[in-house]
Design a protein around this ligand. Structure first.
Ligand code: GLC
Length: 564
């Protein structure tokens, strides 16, 4: 029965009578759950799989009272020493006891599928934990059969690390650690507790295929591929070009990615190596041997041309690639417009964008874009943007409530890279523990949880949650939004990002006011004179017929207008 609700791959008659295949991962909304922080079923202060299962009706009970998500993406729940909160995997085919058991996973999948919710899980193929049995073997001696499963190298000429590669985490420094026992260095693109696998080794490729099949056979509908752009590196381990500026050290992480994009440096030796595309084609073949399963890649490259290549031909590499260039834009309409327009022109014909404004590694939207108190209003406009662009929208848990970054006092900081504020517990109600846990939660509850929570927002028409529900359910019912074409209107007033979304017999204008000033729609000739206001981010504004010329769009307001 569960499977029946998921439905088969859809088909639709497209322009000119062509038959288009329809896919849940193109049309649906994918909701990211950070399992530690969503719902704690056993009072130990850490969220778990049973907690998620108990909250599935909130995510989608088939009615517009629920959020209406089509799929969930679960950040890692595998056995892990938690040096990077689960992104250091010690066993790819089990569940950490903190999160439950494989039976809990099976129950979660069955209950999700019964509600038409797909389950996407995190695959972490670039590195394991240093406690993974593969690495324990690999480091045990130079001639261990698993030695070559990881990247080992001798000291450089000066007796130091083999080359100048840096960890993505500033605090970890060099990307190499010397193993005293065997006298060689191992590579770790992240923490020393996260040794990189050697993807040039065919046995590693085979082992990861087996991991994928394990979860696909168990009912997972797809994978989010962690640091997909990092899997392949220069086999000769050559030095990266130095990108430091006067007086500054070589930057790491986000600062490095931004600087590389500014300098137009095209090839680094420790990421985005051409072989990565062969690995992704292999993943795709595995996924394609199952019906309508998908992979979305975390491709943290701030260069749209490079990002577009991760779709391959549009049918043979990633199904979706997370676009971090979009996430990094300043709050300016022309910034988002130019990214979207350029990306649309770069993608292969069959490729489909994936936009999002937040995840477990980035400050929350209402905090990031706040400039003197307008963060929430902007987050509402951001919600309308992501849910009306031509893309698969991703939504990070709690964004639908307008959660802001938590305040984490120094003695409660647990993450190595400053990411605790965006990982605070989901706010279910106004109680001191926010309904997340009966115990002390692993991170403090963020400020404002008495107002910003599911119970308080559910019945409030003006809340962020109500706006999200309206947008999401409207999007489901609109072919133009979930599968139509996109055309931006660059001549719109400069305060606006405005675009058309079009499908057969449905034409929508989306106009987003990025400024704090009211704007009037100009008397344009190539758009119809009249329309119908479908939805506004301003809860006081009622739907109804409108005349386009002179249409007022309020400060920090977004509107969707159906054109006659
Ligand atoms: C990805 C994850 C991040 C993690 C890193 C290393 O960027 O999103 O949370 O720390 O990979 O696995």
């Amino acid at each position: 029965m569960a499977q029946a609700l998921l439905g088969a791959v859809g088909e639709t008659i497209g322009v000119g009578g062509t038959v288009e295949r329809r896919h849940w991962w193109r049309e649906g909304l994918i909701y990211q759950i950070y399992p530690r922080s969503f719902a704690d079923s056993n009072g130990d202060g850490v969220g778990d799989l049973a907690g998620i299962t108990a909250r599935l009706d909130y995510l989608n009970d088939g009615t517009p009272n629920s959020l209406g998500v089509d799929a969930i993406w679960l950040s890692p729940f595998y056995p892990s020493p938690m040096a990077d909160f689960g992104y250091d995997v010690a066993d790819y085919t089990d569940v950490d006891s903190l999160f439950g058991t494989l039976d809990d996973f099976d129950r979660l999948v069955a209950e999700a599928h019964a509600r038409g919710i797909r389950v996407v899980i995190d695959l972490v193929p670039n590195h394991t934990s240093d406690r993974h049995p593969w690495f324990v073997e690999s480091r045990s001696s130079r001639d261990n059969p698993k030695r070559d499963w990881y990247v080992w190298a001798d000291s450089g000429p000066d007796g130091g690390p083999p080359n100048n590669w840096m960890s993505a985490f500033a605090r970890a420094g060099r990307a190499w650690t010397l193993d005293q026992g065997t006298g060689q260095w191992y590579l770790h693109s992240f923490l020393p507790q996260q040794p990189d696998l050697n993807w040039w080794n065919p046995e590693v490729r085979q082992a990861m295929d087996d991991v994928m099949r394990f979860w696909l056979d168990r009912g997972a509908d797809g994978f989010r591929i962690d640091v997909a752009h990092r899997m392949a590196k220069d086999p000769e381990l050559r030095d990266n070009p130095l990108i430091s500026t006067d007086g500054e050290d070589d930057p790491t992480g986000e600062a490095r990615a931004i600087r590389l994009a500014q300098l137009g440096i095209d090839q680094l030796y420790d990421e985005d190596w051409p072989e990565v595309h062969e690995i992704l084609r292999r993943f795709r073949r595995t996924l394609d041997s199952y019906e309508d399963h998908m992979a979305v890649g975390e491709v943290y490259l701030l260069d749209l041309r490079k990002l577009a290549r991760y779709y391959g031909s549009g049918r043979d590499e990633l199904h979706l690639a997370h676009n971090f260039v979009f996430l990094h834009q300043p709050w300016k309409p022309e910034a988002f417009r130019s990214v979207v327009d350029e990306y649309e022109s770069l993608l292969p014909a069959d490729a489909w964008p994936a936009y999002f404004l937040g995840n477990h590694d980035h400050a929350r939207v209402a905090s990031r874009y706040d400039e003197g108190g307008n963060g929430l209003a902007r987050a509402r406009v951001g919600a309308m943007m992501v849910l009306t662009l031509r893309c698969t929208p991703f939504l990070y848990y709690g964004e639908e409530l307008g959660m802001t970054d938590g305040r984490v006092p120094p003695e409660r900081v647990v993450d190595v890279d400053g990411r605790d504020p965006e990982r605070t517990p989901m706010q279910w109600d106004a109680s001191p523990g926010a309904g997340f846990s009966t115990g002390e939660s692993w991170l403090p509850i963020a400020p404002g949880s008495q107002r910003v929570n599911v119970v308080a927002e559910r019945g409030d028409h003006a809340s962020m949650l109500s706006l999200y529900r309206r947008l999401i359910w409207y999007r489901k019912g609109s072919a133009a939004l979930h599968r139509g074409g996109y055309r931006s209107l660059p001549d719109a007033p400069t305060q606006l990002y405005a675009y058309l979304r079009e499908a057969a017999e449905e034409r929508l204008l989306v106009a987003l006011n990025f400024s704090g000033e009211p704007v009037e729609w100009p008397p344009w000739t190539d758009l119809p004179a009249n329309g119908h206001l479908e939805l506004s981010t301003d809860p006081r504004r009622q739907p109804g017929p409108v005349t386009l010329a002179g249409l007022a769009i309020g400060p920090d307001e977004g509107v969707i207008v159906r054109l006659a």
